[in-house]
Write a protein that binds this ligand. Structure first.
Ligand code: IVH
Length: 680
């Protein structure tokens, strides 16, 4: 095809396909089928390959992703992302209405919207093109997740019409509709990954994935509910929302203008009844003052607008019968009782199990086998029992006696003073605890062996291929290839077989191999020593500089490290006393894992000998980045202000106590800008 023609065709196809995307994902009224769509898309992709210079900024081929983000860049929000005040009762709504009327003497019209239960997102458009998508973060700065958000088909890459100019900022919520969530979770379980607890977590997890092509496969959707920008012509929130709709965004049809708080309350109860039938989760209603002029008069508090509030629905409840109690041993050895229930419908799903948390909860609820119980859904995957219907209790029922022995390995259970959970002390040999340690070891912040999810670790363990984390490093191709797991067929009754194929095995071995380069501080964290989290591991690694020195440290040596107290020191000493642990460390060392802290490259001596306390939120760098800069220039970080402190580097929202102390001790308080000047 000649060049000009190709250019023309690319333009045509882009427009056509975007229109079909809009009809399918925003309007839910497609006019062509998937086959035809894919054919057109293929034609476009082929042409774009030949003439990449003609690819349009809003090309639908961008939707399939492909861009990989190693680390999400933190960016400052042009307008801070505030939260909303919450209310849970009619009285609180009436209070809100009165506060509004105190400041506004004219009549006030409210607009009520659904409060989507997802992940908030800020979309920045410049001259109609999607330029950036940023997560909420701490409200001041968030992560740039543009590549991932571009794959969400209900978010326009280019706005329709021409009644906009310059920069506009659109706020909305990225959600995963329930049906998509259920299918997606089921697939995850089938391929050996762990399921997400709820659609919100699934949406949040998806947005933070490094490979946008993976995000493109997830059933994400988006609703927008707020528009900002300079010189916008709109007079009310409703007009803004209508404009967003005309520009091609997905705006919920469930909203209502109300002239009084009573009308607001009616809307809340109407939607409350409809809620479980919506195809996505909402957790409440947002009530906004409709007039933008009145919004401006009401203004903002430090945290939220005075012109809006949210009403949160109470968790939904149901009642059913408790059939029996199972006991599950977690990765830390804690034994959790789980109730088996007569199946019952709750908030859109059938519930068969509920958490009972621990022995104290069973005792407090006085729940007995055969009781009728009230259950409620919180944010977790399984709901909880909140009370017993005593009026229906069987006369001969007896209190539950908690287990004495571990249901997995038979060891006598123990309970620490002041703790609610019974736990199995057999941490080195009790299967779920071993699996838990393996899962922790491979997790992203530890050794980041991402091609080995929770389910795959379980397979390796069940087949006897790994017993300790060190065993991972002697795995060979033949150990893994063809490994099988049978997944019990749910409704069909037919079992399914899952087996490791060539590609999976290669990915696993590659990831294990790459993990040999992980720095010492993360290897230390990966060992899963009790109380040694990410930050403590970092501190220990930087202080002792090598595994050998850490292992040789005495109680006093350990207590001498900033922020290490008796509890952590005791746990470390205990850990290094166990021969099996020493053997694992030595095997990991032989496998080539890093057991030494690399010497930090020093950029300058500008801050040599100076002690800083960094506190609050900063605008140009994250707190950790600033701390790192201090060290790179020869300075030291301390966590609390004392006589030794030279500078208190004060960010936004710094605690008042720190400032007071610094003033008392005459410690110099500096801003981020002053700090940057010190380095120049
Ligand atoms: S308005 C300045 N409208 O709820 C006000 N927020 O608790 C901006 N949310 O961070 C927010 N549905 O993530 C607004 N219809 C809606 C919403 C909504 C869900 C979320 C949003 C916000 C949080 C506030």
């Amino acid at each position: 095809m000649e060049k000009e023609k190709a250019k023309q065709r690319i333009k045509e196809l882009t427009e056509q396909l975007n229109h079909h995307n809009f009809l399918y994902y925003v309007e839910a009224k497609p006019i062509i089928d998937d086959f035809e769509f894919d054919k057109l898309l293929k034609e476009l992709e082929d042409l774009e390959k030949l003439y990449p210079e003609f690819q349009e900024a809003d090309s639908p081929s961008i939707r399939v992703g492909g861009q990989v983000t190693k680390e999400f860049i933190s960016v400052e929000h042009g307008y801070p992302m505030l939260s909303l005040g919450n209310t849970y009762s009619e009285e609180e709504l009436i209070d809100f209405d009165q506060r509004v009327h105190k400041l506004i003497l004219d009549p006030v019209e409210y607009i009520c919207e659904l409060k989507f239960d997802g992940v908030s997102i800020s979309l920045i458009y410049t001259n109609g093109l999607l330029e950036k998508a940023v997560t909420r973060g701490d409200g001041v700065r968030g992560d740039d997740v543009t590549a991932n958000v571009r794959t969400i088909r209900s978010i326009p890459l280019k706005l329709k019409g021409n009644d906009f100019s310059g920069e506009i900022v659109v706020r909305g919520e990225i959600i995963m509709p329930r049906k998509g969530f259920d299918d997606f979770n089921m697939e995850r379980v089938e391929i050996g990954e762990s399921p997400f607890a709820n659609p919100r977590n699934a949406a949040a997890g998806s947005l933070k994935m490094q490979d946008s092509a993976e995000v493109a496969k997830r059933p994400l959707d988006n609703f927008v509910y707020y528009l900002m920008g300079q010189n916008l012509p709109f007079k009310s929130h409703k007009e803004s929302i209508e404009a967003l709709k005309n520009w091609g965004f997905k705006v919920s049809a469930h909203y209502r203008l109300c002239n009084s708080i009573d009308e607001v309350i009616s809307f809340i109860s109407e939607i409350g009844m409809l809620r479980s039938k919506l195809p996505y989760d909402i957790d409440g209603i947002v009530i906004k003052v409709n007039s933008l002029k009145q919004q401006e008069m009401l203004g903002f508090t430090a945290k939220s607008p005075r012109w809006a509030i949210s009403y949160k629905y109470k968790a939904e409840q149901a009642t059913t019968r408790l059939k029996s109690i199972d006991y599950q041993v977690g990765r830390t050895g804690a034994v959790t009782p789980v109730a088996n229930l007569e199946p019952v419908q709750l908030a859109g799903t059938v519930v068969k199990r509920a958490s009972l948390h621990n022995a104290d909860v069973i005792e407090k609820l006085d729940v007995r086998i055969g009781d009728y119980v009230f259950i409620e859904k919180g944010g977790e995957i399984i709901p909880k029992i909140i009370a017993v219907d005593m009026s229906k209790r069987d006369l001969f029922s007896e209190p539950v006696t908690f287990l004495n022995n571990c249901p997995e390995c038979g060891t006598l259970l123990l309970r620490n003073e002041g703790e609610a959970a019974w736990y199995c002390p057999n941490d080195d040999f009790c299967p779920p605890q071993i699996k838990g340690r393996l899962e922790h070891f491979i997790s992203r912040k530890a050794m980041n062996i991402d091609s080995l999810g929770e389910g795959k670790i379980e397979m390796l363990f069940d087949h006897g291929k790994v017993r300790t984390v060190a065993d991972l490093y002697s795995l060979k191709y033949e150990d893994l290839f063809g490994l099988e797991k049978v997944i019990a067929g749910k409704d069909s009754g037919k079992d399914k077989k899952l087996s490791f194929k060539e590609k999976t095995v290669e990915n696993i071995l590659n990831a294990i191999n790459t993990s040999r380069n992980i720095p010492f501080e993360r290897v230390l964290y990966a060992l899963g020593i009790r109380y040694v989290g990410e930050t403590v591991a970092k501190k220990l690694a930087r202080h002792f500089k090598s595994m050998d020195k850490l292992m040789a440290a005495t109680l006093d040596d350990l207590l001498g490290v900033e922020e290490i107290g008796d509890r952590i020191a005791g746990s470390l000493l205990e850990y290094f006393l166990v021969p099996a642990h020493l053997q694992i460390i030595s095997q990991l060392r032989d496998a080539g894992l890093s057991m030494e802290q690399p010497e930090a490259a020093i950029l300058s001596e500008k801050l040599s000998g100076r002690v800083f306390v960094v506190s609050g939120v900063f605008s140009q760098f994250s707190r950790d980045q600033i701390k790192q800069m201090i060290e790179l220039h020869g300075g030291k970080n301390a966590s609390s202000v004392s006589g030794n402190t030279d500078f208190l580097l004060a960010g936004d929202k710094m605690g008042p106590e720190k400032r007071k102390k610094a003033e008392q001790l005459g410690v110099k308080i500096i801003t981020e800008e002053e700090f940057i000047l010190m380095l120049e």
